[in-house]
Write a protein that binds this ligand. Structure first.
Ligand code: LMR
Length: 328
């Protein structure tokens, strides 16, 4: 349960990446959990902050708190409503307690690539989904892309059955749990900041994430290798609180939203290249990356695809159909 004291002390101790605020300016805090550089979300946040600090100087300033230094993705949701932070961008897998609609983004082997994701998020169904948690006091500002995920473990994974009996860290997503169980493995939900330690100490045997997260958080150093599965999407919902957004002067709000949207579009165009670079960095650092043949990959698809049926009522067949069509 939420502890107000813990929030206050975390907020006092954390310092932003750089001090950008002068007295009299409205402070906009952006809290997230990933690396600041070489990472799609870290770079998006930094680019948004740079523009706000240049173009809204004297009116508003943005401070970015990366690497879970201020809040994890669980606590940040309450911190937004309390006004302790104004912007966050948790992954779409982390909204289970707010809506089940975002489960569509977690369905394994749904999106073949990031162009399909872009077609879906920029189409009518994706745009509508931005509003799925408005009734809880939040406003969806936009989708910030990361990429498709891959599996790693403390032993080689070529077939899904290689994972039998192993324990995998997952985000707070029931779809992810079902997907791991379909492999005959077990899943443990853990905060992102705890993953490296859990892999290192053997609390879990494996994990699934994008190249940028696997590289920047050094997961590959405490794993046997990474198997190129591209099995599931990692993308973020940038959010703010409705109360805060409504409290802004209209012209300040327009300027903030314009900068935000423009920088998200620019950052999303670079996400895939950043992940490819992170993959190269893993290999250059001695990490093992294993490719699957099309036949080998098909076994993973056949193992995980039945998971869709478990969640289709929560998501809606029409939404799933629109997501599938976006990749065709
Ligand atoms: C995770 O928990 O693995 C990711 O959601 C972290 C992130 O923000 O990329």
């Amino acid at each position: 349960k939420f502890a107000a004291g813990a929030i206050v002390s975390a907020a006092l101790l954390a310092t932003p990446a750089f001090a950008a605020c002068d007295s009299g300016e409205m402070v906009i805090k952006f809290s997230h959990v990933t690396a600041e550089t070489g990472h799609p979300k870290g770079e998006a946040a930094a680019a948004i902050a740079k523009r706000i600090n240049e173009e809204m100087d004297g009116t508003a300033c943005m401070e970015v708190f990366a690497n879970s230094t201020l809040f994890d993705d669980n606590k940040v949701m309450e911190a937004l409503l309390l006004g302790d932070v104004q912007v966050a961008a948790p992954s779409l897998s982390k909204f289970e307690s707010f809506t089940k609609k975002y489960r569509v983004f977690d369905l394994p082997f749904l999106f073949p690539n990031m162009d399909a994701v872009n077609n879906f998020t920029q189409g009518p169904v994706g745009k509508d989904l931005l509003n799925a948690i408005n009734d809880k006091g939040y406003v969806g500002l936009g989708y910030i892309y990361n990429g498709l995920k891959h599996f790693s473990a403390d032993r080689p994974l070529i077939k899904p059955s290689d994972a039998e009996g192993l324990k995998f860290r997952v985000q707070t997503s029931d779809v992810a749990v079902a997907m791991i169980e379909a492999m005959g493995a077990s899943a443990q939900k853990l905060a992102f900041s705890e993953v490296y330690g859990a892999l290192q100490t053997g609390v879990v045997d494996g994990q699934e994430n994008t190249w940028s997260n696997i590289y920047s958080k050094k997961f590959f150093e405490v794993q046997d290798g990474v198997t190129v599965t591209n099995h599931q999407l990692l993308t973020y919902l940038a959010i703010t609180s409705k109360e805060w957004l409504d409290s802004l002067d209209p012209e300040v709000r327009d300027q903030f939203l314009t900068i935000f949207n423009e920088e998200v579009v620019a950052a999303n165009a670079k996400a895939t290249a950043l992940n490819e670079q992170a993959r190269e960095n893993i290999v250059a650092a001695g990490g093992v990356v294993r490719e699957l043949t099309p036949e080998q990959r098909q076994v993973w698809v056949d193992t995980m695809r039945p998971v869709w049926d478990q969640f289709k009522d929560d998501i809606g067949q029409d939404v799933i159909d629109a997501a599938v069509a976006a990749g065709e």
